[in-house]
Design a protein around this ligand. Structure first.
Ligand SMILES: Cc1cc2nc3c(=O)[nH]c(=O)nc-3n(C[C@H](O)[C@H](O)[C@H](O)COP(=O)(O)OP(=O)(O)OC[C@H]3O[C@@H](n4cnc5c(N)ncnc54)[C@H](O)[C@@H]3O)c2cc1C
Length: 403
């Protein structure tokens, strides 16, 4: 078996295959030079809470103990489906089954004025090192993108370098457009601004300013100018599709897979950020874990339930700001669809905001802001589709904690 990619999807599928079969040969090719590290830890690294040496999830000898052939700094260049082999550093390696866990890359919108040496995205340890190094010498940082990652990056840098002035620019109507509604985002923005950071919403970047190789700031479409010594763009990700496309696999937004995580080629599987299941790209860790565990058994021809999707769950990992969004909170910006009921609760001091989305007597989504006591129980209710009619009225009580 050959796995391409050594982050959470690649490592988990390799481990699950080894757990299920002691004899099978497994090789992992990774273009990164560090063994698997969870990307959320990069925020801790930016903050100075974790050293580079402590980032890897497993030490190198773990791969040896599990007889996983790990080839770091080995980019897979081509897939030859006819001969069932991949090309790596000019050599050909044969596979029985090939697993694409090539993930995604940071997306950079086509702003005028790029590229510039002091404009970054955060995806890899190499990115984090460059950001941290320059942030230590900077006074004003601009973060373009008010999603989870943009906020976590901004807060991570603020706490590592308290003298830094941070401006967060969000092109949408409010922060966390995918996780929060107006009311929740308004509360969150207030908290962030109270820490000294500036937040600008409806702030669409047009141009990165600076005549030479260095950016000096950002020009917004409405003509406003924001000065900065460095810029971090956090505008989402795009799956790494080139290998799959060149190999003629079926590709839409991602590599299209079925409920066995099989691509249009029966000997090639895809999972994690690169895979598109049922029209959906997840770009999150929990689906990668679910998919990897199912795919491992399917690849080995062992019995396994089919993959049917994952209930999304997002947590803002910023000290002091508790925010979790679980399941379907899609009716954020429009009136709820017919059959959907929304219950919103805010405490008098606006320290807690909760929203529950209910359909057919079951909770299908929730936002919990300023509280984490209920997160596990609410997530369980949503994942298990438990009927909630008997507790529905109590949801309106801000102090109700699902006991
Ligand atoms: C800073 C940060 C914080 C995050 N926080 C969270 C969080 O809190 N919760 C959450 O759910 N998600 C979070 N995410 C997203 C999460 O990390 C991704 O969903 C997850 O990493 C996807 O895993 P993956 O293995 O599919 O792909 P990736 O992590 O993208 O890994 C793919 C690997 O394959 C390698 N590769 C690609 N092409 C080739 C090739 N041709 N040859 C060899 N190697 C190749 C890449 O270099 C990469 O190392 C965060 C992401 C970042 C950057």
């Amino acid at each position: 078996m050959i796995v391409i990619g050594n982050n959470v999807a690649g490592t988990t599928v390799a481990k699950a295959m080894r757990d299920a079969d002691q004899a099978v040969d497994i090789d992992i090719y990774s273009e990164e030079t560090t063994p698997y590290y969870p990307r959320p830890r990069l925020i801790d690294y930016l903050e100075g809470k974790v050293l580079e040496k402590d980032l890897p999830f497993y030490p190198l000898d773990w791969y040896q103990t599990h007889r996983l052939g790990l080839h770091l700094d080995h980019r897979a260049e081509r897939i030859d489906r006819t001969e069932k082999r991949i090309q790596v550093q000019g050599r050909w390696e044969l596979y029985d089954k090939l697993i694409l866990a090539t993930g995604s890359s940071a997306f950079v919108p086509p702003f005028l004025g790029l590229p510039k040496e002091n404009v970054f995205t955060l995806r890899t340890l190499r990115d984090a090192k460059k950001i941290r190094e320059l942030a230590a010498k900077s006074k004003r940082i601009i973060v373009i993108g008010g999603g989870l990652l943009g906020l976590e990056t901004g807060r991570g840098l603020c706490s590592a370098f308290p003298e830094l002035h941070i401006t967060i620019l969000e092109s949408g109507e409010h922060l966390l457009m995918r996780q929060l509604d107006h009311e929740g985002a308004d509360i969150l923005q207030g908290w962030i601004e109270a820490t000294g950071a500036r937040v600008s919403v409806k702030a669409e970047t047009e141009k990165i300013l600076g005549d030479g190789s260095e950016a000096e700031g950002v020009m917004l479409k409405d003509g406003r100018r924001i000065d900065g010594d460095m810029i971090v763009i956090s505008a989402g990700t795009r799956p790494n599709l080139q290998l799959a496309k060149d190999a003629g696999l079926k590709v839409n937004k991602g590599v299209v897979v079925d409920a066995s995580l099989r691509t249009s080629d029966p000997d090639i599987f895809a999972l994690g950020d690169v895979a598109e299941f049922s029209g959906q790209l997840w770009a999150m860790i929990p689906p990668a874990l679910d998919e990897a565990r199912i795919a491992a058994r399917k690849i080995l021809g062992q019995s396994s339930p089919d993959y049917s999707g994952t209930v999304p769950s997002n947590t803002l990992k910023v000290a002091g700001f508790d925010l979790t969004s679980v399941g379907t909170v899609r009716s954020l910006h429009e009136p709820p669809e017919p059959g959907i009921e929304e219950i919103r609760v805010t405490t008098a001091d606006r320290g807690i905001y909760k929203k529950f989305v209910i359909k057919d007597g079951k909770m299908v989504g929730a936002i919990l802001l300023g509280t984490k006591k209920e997160v596990v129980k609410v997530t369980k209710l949503i994942r298990e589709g438990t009927p909630i009619e008997d507790i529905k009225d109590r949801l309106r009580d801000p102090s109700y904690t699902f006991n």
